[in-house]
Write a protein that binds this ligand. Structure first.
Ligand code: DCP
Length: 682
């Protein structure tokens, strides 16, 4: 649902930068001999020459369009060069385009708040930079103005073609201009410089729109392409908006736009101006009514979010027509590829950006054999994300099964392997709710990575791992912990219509980097992160049941406590710190028990010695019931203490020195328990 936000100020300078025929430019940089030639990037699927997904401007001048297939493009423009999208795991591999987009973002973010809106689109808030320029070097004070600035399109300027440049120069340098327009003129300088910088450093050209809000900037950026920029002065807003078809406006391509057309006869933005705010509110509710009234007048208060990294990661594929997936085995095969890719990308994100994703979502489109049932959408399903290919696959399969069950609505006949009652035409996985991990925890997180593990018992390990993640989770751990103590892990969550829209919009073409353009719209239910501990087949594993854990060897036999330290060290990638903080010892006590006397002022966690010689940490949950964790000091491997954040290293070392342990463990709300506390970030 659109949100009506008032504008904080109409003196903002917002730019929308959009790369020109982006995938083509990336391919042309790789193969410079393609530069200047009609070129198109085609999909992996080679049927009829493959679907075109990016078309160079040279090819466009021959009439080649993105809706064409390679064969048709060849007939329209015989000299066109068709470059196939890279392939990995039997599907399009977009990493080269993603990385190219990141290069651009790194440059654009130098001048102001930067929001990466898609693989090739960025919003910039240049207000501060423009104000600085206006106060220090206003345009009218400049003797030389770069040609790229003069080449700007300023909406509303009317002049003979031969005089346009002079008219633009005059508009930019008007000393008596409205301050808001003066700021936009400064924005034109800054954006021109950034675009030149992008070209110099990456060899990519881009176009831009410069206005006082995101909506207008985005509309303007596409008006003059390639390699040009367009400014929207205040006086030109009305004439820019009035003729625009209503369905072309953001968020009006769907049902709302349809209703405006069918119910109110609104075809252009100008038509919308005839309706009062009250009338629109009456028809569409207060928020949407106001939003519609606002957009008709070019009012849009959306802020440029500070985000240079993608908001989610996604991978998927379409299986049109006869290629649709009809068996669980086929689904598993593809989900396995998706899981592998997602796990890799999540790992890179963690490694490079210190971020973790918290929610795994499966989207699918399906059809059933029977016509009467085919209207129903396959529900998108989400669950907490656990790291590692195997776990992602395991969860993805569960999500798929849950979605399929719901989709088929107990039509058990059609459910199961080998059935032909359903067909999946789109399948994808996404990882979202990405958050930064606090500094100092990164290397610990490495221990939670699962590269490729097999679990002997899904349920057992799911519970254990989620719980482990909860103790180390960076935010919202409390609610995560409480939730998973109370609910079965396999529970799935409906994403709602937004993800379905996303599927339709972005998965029509498998190689579309849907995670980015879609990410701005995703609104998943709140879930909390889950990282996993590596557990390898044939390696000793900690029994996840019972307070005094025993180590089981591959054959299921128990080993003595003396052997534990050694066994733990044998587990590559698993540090004993994890065993120490493992959650198998945590349990929720349903009874109400006051812990007020132990509480510090700002947190509800504390440490007390436990009967078994460990540290018992009490955390008060949101529902006021108590969560009790016992940490076993003896099992800390001193080698991993260095991995802890500095503020808690000292405390852990003190624990390891027997004479000091008693005192330290008595400390209330100590940093170590706080650090691993489910309440930590509440
Ligand atoms: N893309 C895709 N599938 C689509 C649309 C686009 O894979 N159905 C990819 C290829 C594009 C890139 O996304 O290069 C960016 O899409 P744009 O819509 O911004 O289009 P281009 O950048 O190709 O061209 P333009 O210069 O018109 O923006």
């Amino acid at each position: 649902m659109p949100v009506a936000r008032p504008e904080s100020s109409d003196s903002r300078v917002i730019a929308h930068v959009d790369m020109d025929c982006f995938y083509v430019q990336v391919e042309q940089r790789k193969q410079p001999e393609l530069r200047g030639h009609p070129t198109a990037v085609v999909q992996y699927n080679a049927w009829k020459g493959g679907g075109l997904i990016a078309v160079s401007y040279e090819a466009r001048s021959f009439g080649v369009k993105r809706s064409m297939r390679g064969d048709e493009a060849k007939s329209v423009c015989p000299e066109i060069q068709l470059v196939r999208v890279p392939v990995a795991r039997g599907k399009a591999d977009l990493s080269i385009y993603r990385n190219a987009g990141s290069e651009v973002v790194a440059i654009l973010s130098r001048k102001g708040r930067c929001e990466r809106a898609s693989i090739d689109e960025v919003y910039l808030d240049l207000t501060d930079a423009a104000e600085k320029m206006l106060s220090e070097t206003p345009p009218e004070s400049l003797e030389v103005i770069d040609d790229e600035v003069i080449k700007s399109h300023v909406l509303g300027i009317s002049a003979e073609p031969s005089d346009v440049r002079q008219a633009v120069r005059e508009w930019i340098c008007r000393s008596n201009a409205d301050r808001r327009d003066k700021l936009l003129a400064c924005g034109a300088f800054i954006v021109a410089e950034l675009r030149m910088q992008v070209l110099k450093e990456t060899q990519f050209s881009c176009s831009a729109g410069i206005a006082h809000n995101k909506m207008l900037a985005k509309l303007a950026s596409g008006m003059n392409k390639p390699a040009q920029q367009t400014v929207v002065p205040f006086v030109s807003i009305k004439s820019l908006l009035e003729p625009l078809p209503i369905r072309k406006m953001k968020q009006l391509g769907g049902k709302l736009g349809c209703s405006l057309q069918d119910d109110l006869g609104v075809n252009t933005v100008g038509d919308l101006l005839q309706f009062s705010e009250g009338r629109l509110q009456e028809r569409y509710g207060i928020n949407t009514g106001t939003w519609l009234w606002n957009i008709a007048r070019g009012i849009n208060g959306d802020e440029v979010e500070s985000r240079v990294l993608p908001k989610s990661h996604g991978t998927g594929k379409t299986f049109p027509g006869l290629n649709c997936l009809k068996t669980i085995a086929a689904i598993e095969r593809w989900l396995s590829k998706f899981s592998e890719e997602l796990a890799e990308r999540l790992e890179v994100d963690l490694e490079q950006n210190k971020r973790i994703a918290q929610t795994l979502t499966l989207h699918a489109s399906a059809h059933k054999a029977t016509e009467s049932q085919s209207q129903k959408k396959f529900p998108s399903k989400s669950c907490p994300l656990r790291y590692g290919t195997t776990k992602i696959l395991e969860d993805a399969l569960n999500l798929f099964q849950a979605g399929l069950r719901e989709y088929l609505s107990s039509s058990s006949k059609a459910y199961g392997n080998g059935c032909s009652g359903w067909g999946i035409t789109n399948l994808s996985l996404s990882a979202s709710k990405i958050v930064d991990i606090p500094s100092g925890t990164c290397s610990i997180m490495k221990y939670f990575h699962t590269q490729d593990q097999s679990c002997s018992s899904t349920k057992e390990f799911n519970d254990k791992e989620i719980f482990e993640a909860a103790t180390l989770s960076t935010s919202g751990s409390e609610s995560y912990l409480m939730k998973h103590l109370q609910e079965p892990q396999t529970e799935c969550h409906e994403d709602g219509t937004k993800m379905n829209t996303l599927m339709q919009t972005h998965l029509e073409d498998e190689s579309r980097m849907f995670e980015d353009k879609a990410c701005a719209q995703t609104n998943f239910s709140r879930e909390i992160s889950s990282l996993s501990t590596p557990v390898k087949k044939n390696e000793p594993q900690l029994d996840s049941v019972g307070e005094d854990a025993v180590i089981k060897d591959a054959a299921g036999g128990n080993r003595s406590r003396d052997q534990k330290g050694k066994a733990l060290k044998e587990k590559q990638g698993t540090s004993s710190i994890l065993q120490f903080f493992q959650t198998k010892n945590c349990f929720q006590e349903p009874k109400e028990e006051s812990v007020n006397d132990m509480q510090e002022t700002t947190e509800s966690s504390c440490s007390v010695p436990s009967e078994s010689g460990g540290i018992r940490s009490l955390h008060r949950g949101a529902d006021q019931s108590r969560v009790d964790c016992i940490y076993k000091i003896d099992e800390i491997d001193p080698n991993v203490v260095d991995e802890l954040p500095r503020e808690i290293q000292e405390e852990v070392r003190a624990w390891l020195r027997p004479q000091k342990r008693a005192n330290n463990t008595m400390r209330r709300g100590s940093s170590i328990t706080h650090y691993f506390s489910p309440n930590k970030n509440l």
